[in-house]
Design a protein around this ligand. Structure first.
Ligand SMILES: Cc1cc2nc3c(=O)[nH]c(=O)nc-3n(C[C@H](O)[C@H](O)[C@H](O)COP(=O)(O)O)c2cc1C
Length: 186
């Protein structure tokens, strides 16, 4: 009788230990069959660096969105009402073309979407990507860089513009490994 009791206790102990091993940080605990990808747009590479950090930490693939027509310095002059970036902000139907992507998104469950904040929101080029990519049912994690604008403003415009997609709350970079892991665990 004592022996059976001891065996049961040992079995419970082994199960508890196994469960503890399974509790890894978010960045490492993704299901092995799940594939993730970091998709990003950057002009002066701040978001590019954030995207690389995120891909390294999560093991996700990495792809950069490039505008078919690159943005010149004059295009990005937000003090000029006629500039391309101001026009793309004022006319929310504009969708600047993206260079073709060689990515099959059907193999990804999780998509991290990075961009610089332009005019307190995601650049129009991100909307081009969202309009032309089937992201329904995927876990979407937006992230940004900015001078000072918080991520919450772009979270709001993304959720309002694409209410059928599965948005997680976004993260503004630069961010530490701990902040990123906390974000992905929420
Ligand atoms: C056209 C334009 C509009 C911007 N609007 C904002 C803004 O509304 N709020 C903010 O904090 N930063 C704004 N910025 C600054 C960028 O978000 C910031 O420099 C960002 O890190 C650039 O990212 P990148 O190096 O990946 O292109 C703007 C920059 C540009 C070029």
């Amino acid at each position: 009788m004592k022996k059976i009791f001891k065996t049961i206790i040992l079995a419970i102990g082994a199960l508890v230990a196994l469960n503890a091993c399974a509790q890894k940080p978010a960045a490492e605990s993704k299901d092995k069959d799940m594939k993730s990808i970091v998709v990003y747009f950057t002009h002066s590479n701040n978001t590019g660096l954030a995207a690389q950090q995120l891909a390294q930490l999560t093991g996700a693939d990495l792809v950069r969105l490039l505008p078919a027509e690159p943005y010149s310095t004059a295009d990005l002059d937000w003090t000029n009402e006629q500039s391309r970036c101001t026009q793309e902000h004022l006319n929310q139907t504009l969708r600047p073309a993206i260079k073709p992507l060689e990515v099959d998104f059907s193999q990804y469950d999780t998509v991290y979407i990075g961009f610089p904040i332009w005019w307190h929101e995601e650049p129009a080029l991100i909307r081009t990507f969202l309009d032309n990519t089937d992201l329904k049912g995927k876990q979407l994690y937006p992230f940004c860089t900015s001078y000072e604008s918080p991520m919450s403003e772009a979270d709001a415009t993304l959720q309002a513009g694409y209410p059928d997609l599965m948005w997680h709350t976004g993260l503004r970079f630069p961010a530490s490994k701990e902040q990123i892991e906390k974000w992905l665990n929420e």
